[in-house]
Design a protein around this ligand. Structure first.
Ligand code: ATP
Length: 265
């Protein structure tokens, strides 16, 4: 990964879905290389919309998103592919092809580097095959190389998702609730894999999460969303557990489970 990559800047970003629902409203957010930003907020507050906007899984209605100075909101064709490569996505439901081998799934993270026909035929270079093995090794799954994705546990599938993301040689990892549905022990393994990438490779991580406890444990900075707007943004050293009461308070509510989770964390 090239040094000094991994910077994201959103300016006045809004997203209105075709049905009129406001997903994001006037978001200004600057994230620097090497930050581990955890995005918290109630269900429906816009966390997924934000991550999907950053690597253009959907278009925004207004505003600009720069990844290492390049505007992804306006790019098309080859330029869009190149910008998108630097921000790899990890999904809550892993998004693996369940009937394919671990190796094929990991390799699919590399297809953006090949002409479509070569990718479709699986004509990958020896170097890239070695890279796939090395990335699987990083998440301790080299022994699962030939195993079909459907025969792995949830945590193992998510780690294949991480290895696939690494094939893009990204400077940013966007993780949309990557550990919801995993038990505490497996959650720890996946979170520690991400932490390692952050600390050892300086990768920027932006991760949506429901658990305040996890945010407090892993984040270098916590951003809170409410109704599509940023209502909270602090480095971890300045975070006070009591802050979350407000982020998680629904209209007319006095308390919330997530805020209680924060109190207990
Ligand atoms: N494809 C869509 N079409 C219309 N509205 C959408 C669409 N996707 C999301 N929304 C709406 O946009 C708002 C933000 O949704 P989003 O999924 O970003 O929230 P979230 O914070 O990620 O929620 P969760 O924690 O439940 O995943 C919600 O009101 C949601 O209903």
């Amino acid at each position: 990964m090239t040094a000094n990559k991994g910077n994201i800047e959103l300016t006045k970003v809004s997203k209105v879905y075709p049905n009129g629902v406001v997903g994001l409203k006037d978001i200004n957010l600057k994230i620097n290389r090497g930050e581990f930003v955890m995005i918290v907020g109630l269900s429906g507050s816009g966390k997924s919309t934000l991550l999907r906007a950053i690597n253009r899984l959907h278009d925004v209605s207004e505003g600009q998103i720069l990844i290492d100075g390049q505007d992804i909101t306006k790019a098309s064709g080859d330029k869009l592919h190149k910008i998108r490569r630097s921000a790899a996505m990890i999904f809550q439901n892993y998004n693996l092809v369940k009937t394919s081998s671990v190796y094929r799934n990991v390799m699919s993270g590399r297809v953006g580097y090949y002409p479509a026909w070569k990718g479709a035929l699986g004509l990958f270079t020896k170097e890239d095959q070695e890279l796939a093995a090395a990335n699987l090794d990083r998440v301790n799954l080299l022994d699962k190389y030939y195993v079909k994705a459907r025969d792995l546990s949830g945590g193992q599938q998510q780690r294949v998702g991480i290895a696939r993301a690494l094939m893009q040689e990204p400077s940013v990892i966007l993780a949309d609730e990557p550990v919801s549905g995993l038990d505490p022990k497996t959650t720890k393994v996946v979170m520690n894999d991400l932490k390692k990438l952050n600390e050892e490779d300086g990768m920027t991580i932006i991760l949506n999460v429901h658990s305040i406890g996890l945010a407090l444990k892993y984040a270098s900075r916590i951003v809170g969303l409410k109704n599509g707007q940023i209502v909270y943004d602090k480095p971890i050293a300045e975070v006070d557990k009591r802050d979350f009461k407000e982020i998680y308070r629904e209209a007319g509510d006095d308390s919330s489970d997530a805020a209680d989770d924060a109190e207990e964390a």
